[in-house]
Design a protein around this ligand. Structure first.
Ligand code: SF4
Ligand code: F3S
Length: 382
């Protein structure tokens, strides 16, 4: 003893102790912190601060309300692994009320909800999962004889900030599909005088919740939001921009039917109704479900149906083709069999498409292939 420690060394020791208690190796933890810091768009010198926040003994009080929903967002959080996201989230916060996770029930749990809101007025984060029915004064969703509308107004107006987790809480979700019989709506339509952060998705990515909470706790302010109240670091780009099938899109190779050769080769799912070109989310870059590479809808062979995008998910038909903001896809391209006849194997075309897509953007391949095809057609006609 008697030796003075630098602040980094003492931080190291406290992190190590915390991790030891959780059974997570220090190396894995720091790798995780580095990745999550980058995902939040923060510089590398913030990694130590993020690690400190995660292992800090101070817990921010959180009240988690459930309204019209399937509990999928909570389930998705609890099923995350590597290192267990739910442990990190639940260790950073003091979850004072959650109908899914509370051990207590009845009047006892109602009391803890009221006690926490009164004691921590203006300091707690309110997380809302599920849409709020507003038709006929909100009678379609009642808990303990109070409407969801009344509960949200009560606890929302006393919170420091509100996080609407999932598409239902963000903008109404599946319940708001036409004809929307209960008048299901999102939190921001009701809470007007508090910051409301939307984390849409069906379910929402647990990493987006973790990084939003971490950002708030590390920097003491909310992340920058886009026009739809979503953190820009998570929802700033279209799925289409980072999709692993993008080189196929650029080269005009599309799966035309589920199970056809193109589908098996991993071609672009645009013609099967993929809404990646009009959906803002980070599924294609940070993946989803945390079970290895390819673990996100498009990676498994299913078109993105725009679950997180208002006006797309649960609104457009699944087979309907997405709007392309950047470029119209070459719908007149021949089928995959014709490509083989032209002497271009899907493998070599994929590599060429990938290099061209990455190097010079989407337009070039489509245009050069179009020119090549047109030249061949003219040659044949002659
Ligand atoms: Fe990926 Fe869908 Fe875009 Fe094709 S349309 S590149 S499958 S996001
Ligand atoms: Fe949803 Fe599309 Fe991502 S369906 S989970 S936004 S790939």
């Amino acid at each position: 003893m008697g030796q003075l420690l630098t602040s980094t060394e003492s931080l190291d020791i406290s992190i190590s102790k915390e991790l030891e208690a959780q059974g997570v190796s220090r190396r894995n933890f720091l790798k995780f912190c580095t990745a999550i810091t980058a995902a939040m768009g923060l510089p590398a010198n913030m990694v130590a601060k993020v690690a400190e926040t995660i292992t800090s003994p101070t817990r921010t009080p959180v009240i988690w309300l459930h309204f019209q929903e399937c509990t999928g967002c909570t389930e998705s959080l609890l099923r995350a692994t590597h290192p267990t996201v739910e442990e990190l989230v639940l260790d950073m916060i003091s979850l004072d009320y959650s109908e899914t996770l509370c051990a207590a029930a009845g009047h006892q749990v109602e009391k803890s909800l009221n006690d926490s809101a009164t004691l921590n007025e203006g300091k707690y984060i309110l997380v809302v999962e599920g849409s709020i029915p507003v038709k006929e004064n909100g009678i379609y969703c009642k808990i303990a004889d109070r409407t969801a509308l009344d509960i949200l107004n009560d606890y929302g107006n006393r919170a420091a900030a509100v996080v609407a987790i999932g598409s239902c809480a963000s903008w109404g979700g599946v319940q708001s599909s036409s004809p929307n019989p209960t008048g299901a709506t999102g939190v921001h339509e009701i809470i007007k005088d508090k910051p409301v952060i939307n984390l849409p998705g069906c379910p929402a990515s647990p990493y987006n919740l973790l990084s939003t909470v971490l950002y708030y706790l590390t920097l003491g302010k909310l992340p920058q939001l886009d026009g739809k109240g979503r953190p820009r670091f998570a929802y700033g780009r279209l799925i289409h921009e980072h999709c692993e099938r993008r080189p196929h899109f650029d080269a005009g190779r599309f799966a035309r039917q589920f199970g056809d050769d193109g589908h098996r080769e991993g071609y672009c799912l645009y013609e099967l109704g993929c809404k990646g070109p009009e959906t803002f989310n980070n599924c294609s870059s940070i993946l989803y479900g945390d079970v290895g590479s390819g673990a996100w809808p498009v990676g498994t062979g299913h078109p993105c149906f725009g679950c997180s995008e208002e006006g797309v998910g649960f609104t457009k038909y699944i087979h309907e083709q997405a709007e392309i903001f950047t470029e119209t896809p070459p719908a007149y391209y021949p089928g995959i069999a014709d490509e083989k006849e032209m002497g271009v194997t899907p493998g070599s075309a994929a590599i060429l498409g990938g290099i061209a897509g990455a190097a010079i953007g989407s337009g070039y391949m489509a245009v050069s292939r179009k020119n090549k095809l047109e030249a061949e057609v003219t040659e044949k006609e002659e």
